[in-house]
Design a protein around this ligand. Structure first.
Ligand code: PLP
Length: 433
């Protein structure tokens, strides 16, 4: 039995290149992080070999003595990491990732074509919250359920709760979803709870982006107000790629969430759990209870504020004017450029972030903004000083993009990207320095 270098040098070489890319670049994608060696050791372990369909003590395969021990440990750590009373809350740690976790919740508590309301994707929501366009039901969630998104108030960049309340009163959804992929502020959970109660809807929070911040209590606690909380495990929480679903143990709206959700995960939508991921997740969730983890999450938020402050000083328009969490959303439209062009130029300078739509955008393909997150570089030890410098680097990239746009004047985004990628792009030296 050989190690990877001997068994498959081709794959080894690709992994080495990706590792180098990850460590050489400034990683500012808000949904990414660097997990620990301990987590990666568990993920790369023999746990991957085992089938264990079912739950601890109720498996469809033999040989699960240790897997049961591991999954129970992971569940207990998950409840402890989020300060939950095991008599009131339960958790399923088997979801393969964030999107499956969400679909499992919908499968558990809704009938096909029941109505849901989540934040619209162009306003910061996630695909799995029911995204659809005028022409197409894009997400499976909008194919199987009737989706009526709520939106931001474009003048403030905050969720338009008044409009959400009015729409919910007419649309009468069975489920309202809090949570986002690109929203720099906290949700107003008491207000969302009130709206859900008034129309008889379940209230779910998808805390994928901010679960590390929730565990460290540096943002508002969604568990106080929501019936169900889903999350990915690989973003601010800094674990392996995976998902979790937390549910209230007491019935809600006459539904036993525990059995409905557990059955929706398996046999509803999944087969065998990824035990190597559950192992890595258990490691991450123990760390999430440590003082160092709390200090890290505080630093994530401070770094993001330092970045926001400097960007505002440099004259940038931020959606909602700033940030309370780990990400900022920059509106580039006042500068006459878009997020796709800036993303490309910054990528050439090994600064990795992503284009993002901002409220009021006409095109999702050429969005007017960029999203910048602080979790990954905070893991690498960056503080406010380095994040202030990052704002200056981004500013330089934006200036170069404006200059390059002048040089490629009139070109569409695709032509622009081809132009800046060509060897004789005149600003190449400026970008790669
Ligand atoms: N929910 C939110 C809010 C997200 O931002 C994401 C991913 O970015 C997901 C769910 C989906 O997670 P996954 O990519 O693991 O399916």
């Amino acid at each position: 039995d050989h190690g990877l270098s001997e068994a498959d040098p081709e794959v080894r070489a690709i992994i080495n290149k990706e590792k180098e890319r990850q460590f050489k670049s400034l990683e500012l994608i808000a949904s990414e992080n660097f997990t620990s060696r301990a987590v990666m050791e568990a993920v790369g372990s023999c746990l991957t070999n085992k089938y264990s369909e079912g739950l601890p003590g109720k498996r469809y395969y033999g040989g699960n003595e240790y897997i049961d021990e591991l999954e129970i440990l992971c569940q207990m750590r998950a409840l402890a990491a989020f300060h939950l009373d095991e008599n009131k809350w339960g958790v399923n740690v088997q979801p393969l990732s964030g999107s499956p976790a969400n679909f499992e919740v919908y499968t558990a508590i809704l009938n096909p074509h029941d109505r849901i309301m989540g934040l619209d994707l162009p306003h910061g929501g996630h695909l799995s919250h029911g995204f659809m366009t005028a022409k197409r039901r894009v997400s499976g969630t909008s194919i199987y359920f009737e989706s009526m998104p709520y939106r931001l108030d474009e003048s403030t960049g905050l969720v338009d709760y008044d409009m959400l309340e009015k729409t919910a009163t007419l649309f009468r959804p069975k489920l309202i979803i809090c949570g986002a992929s690109a929203y720099p502020r906290d949700f107003d959970y008491p207000r969302m709870r009130k709206i859900a109660d008034a129309v008889g809807a379940f209230l779910m929070m998808d805390m994928a982006h901010i679960s590390g911040l929730v565990a460290a209590s540096v943002v508002a606690d969604p568990f106080e107000y929501c019936d169900i909380v889903t999350t990915t495990t690989h973003k601010s929480l800094r674990g392996p790629r995976g998902g979790m679903i937390f549910f209230k143990k007491d019935p809600v709206l006459g539904v036993d969430l525990e059995s409905a959700i557990n059955n929706a995960v398996f046999p509803g939508l999944q087969g065998g759990p990824h035990n190597h991921t559950i192992g890595g997740l258990a490691v991450c969730l123990q760390h999430a209870q440590s003082p160092e983890f709390k200090a890290y999450q505080n630093q994530v938020v401070s770094n993001c504020r330092a970045l926001a402050r400097r960007l505002v000083e440099l004259g940038y328009a931020l959606v909602s004017g700033g940030s309370d969490n780990h990400l900022v959303l920059v509106d580039l439209r006042p500068l006459g450029i878009d997020g796709a062009r800036v993303e490309k130029i910054l990528d050439m300078a090994s600064i990795t972030l992503n284009k993002n739509s901002v409220p009021g955008d006409k095109s999702a393909l050429v969005p007017g903004g960029i999203r910048i997150g602080s979790p990954a570089m905070t893991t690498r030890g960056f503080t406010e000083k380095e994040f202030t410098a990052i704002a200056d680097f981004i500013h330089e990239g934006v200036q170069i993009t404006i200059e390059a746009k002048g040089l490629a004047s009139g070109s569409k985004v695709q032509e622009f990207l081809k132009f800046v990628s060509s060897p004789d792009f005149p600003l190449r030296d400026k970008v790669s320095n």
